[in-house]
Design a protein. Sequence first.
Length: 114
Amino acid sequence: MPSVVPRPRTARRWCSCSTRELVAALRAAGWACENRKFSIKSERVTRATAILFALEAGLDFENGGQVSETLSRLYAGARKTIVNASIGHDPRPFRDSADMLDEIAQAWRTASAT
């Protein structure tokens, strides 16, 4: 039976694309807050939350050890921040989360390139 586990390079590519989409969704949610576009904010928050769940579900705790555990806590914390911010009108939590996740994603891209 063929393996359905993605190869490391494929998994990295998927994570990279997902993280870019996550950051874009969070930035769009921040923009929507500022511009009182509540349906767009809701859509983007929903998308960001789904991506965070997918990223966490893709963690390999058996082989990833402490890194996977740390990322799991990070993703859970980001979800909590985003969900709490979704009931307000302040764009900062969305932008701050986007900046933090983008910085981590850039570090992973740099590390993967070496």
